[in-house]
Design a protein around this ligand. Structure first.
Ligand code: 6PG
Length: 237
């Protein structure tokens, strides 16, 4: 497992570094297989990165965006990760609509929606049941409870290992989420984490010993880069 930790001055420095890494991954993917499959994180941390991306003149016809998790709300809801990403970024670039792959949140149940998105991914990548496609880059955040995507402590989603997409649970709120094995298959995973409130969780996630049921971001293995500001990294040795 390759884990790189970069401690940066503040959120702006994290965003600048993340932008560099996204652009590098974009160039690598395009030269390797003619397209870039990017998985957006939700929450507030990545928003300035999305705003920075809208100023770049990329070949958006080769850029495909997915989401690693989504609150089960309409895109017009202020809670929507898709809605935030569109207003911060996608509404301002000439990305073809068919290159935007939102998680469906209008099905009769989150379970049906999870299955539908999984089928969409299988059709996109040409994979079948039991195969985990490789995304070029997955962005993640973590909460002060050590969750990532919508893999929350003590939930059934943490144990799902035979699906691409499952239903997460934050308190009583259903979420759609990538499963840990799907995330871990990515060519590159980048965590963006800032603020003192997350220092304890980061320490627990990074510790040699620990329980992923308590700090689910411990499930994320593979080619992982942690971009931390000094406050979030305060307890990292
Ligand atoms: C979500 C995210 C979630 C997020 C963390 C950090 O839908 O909320 O996917 O996993 O990355 O909660 O959120 P902040 O960036 O707002 O601290």
């Amino acid at each position: 497992m390759q884990r790189n930790i970069e401690i940066l001055f503040d959120r702006a420095a994290i965003v600048a570094r993340a932008l560099d890494l996204v652009l590098q991954a974009y160039e690598t993917a395009i030269s390797k297989h003619g397209r870039f499959t990017f998985v957006a994180a939700g929450g507030s941390t990545p928003k300035p990165l999305y705003e920075a991306l809208r100023a770049r003149s990329l070949d958006w016809s080769k850029f495909h965006i997915f989401w690693g998790d989504e609150r089960y709300v309409p895109v017009t809801d202020p809670q929507s990760n898709e809605g935030m990403t569109r207003s911060a970024w996608l509404d301002h670039v000439t990305i073809p609509p068919e290159n935007i792959h939102p998680m469906p949140t209008g099905e009769s149940s989150p379970e049906i929606a999870a299955h539908k998105y999984e089928q969409h991914l299988q059709a996109f990548f040409g994979t079948t049941q039991g195969q985990f496609p490789q995304f070029d880059l997955i962005l993640l955040g973590t909460g002060d409870d050590g969750h990532t995507a919508s893999l929350f402590p003590g939930t059934a989603a943490l144990d799902v290992s035979d699906r691409l997409i499952t239903v997460g649970q934050k308190d009583s709120q259903p979420r759609l989420t990538f499963t840990a094995p799907l995330i871990n298959q990515a060519a590159q995973i980048i965590f963006l984490v800032d603020g003192a409130a997350k220092a304890q969780a980061v320490h627990a996630i990074m510790a040699d010993q620990g329980d992923p049921n308590i700090h689910p971001a411990r499930l994320i293995q593979g080619h992982v880069t942690w971009l931390l500001d000094q406050k979030a990294a305060a307890l990292v040795k």
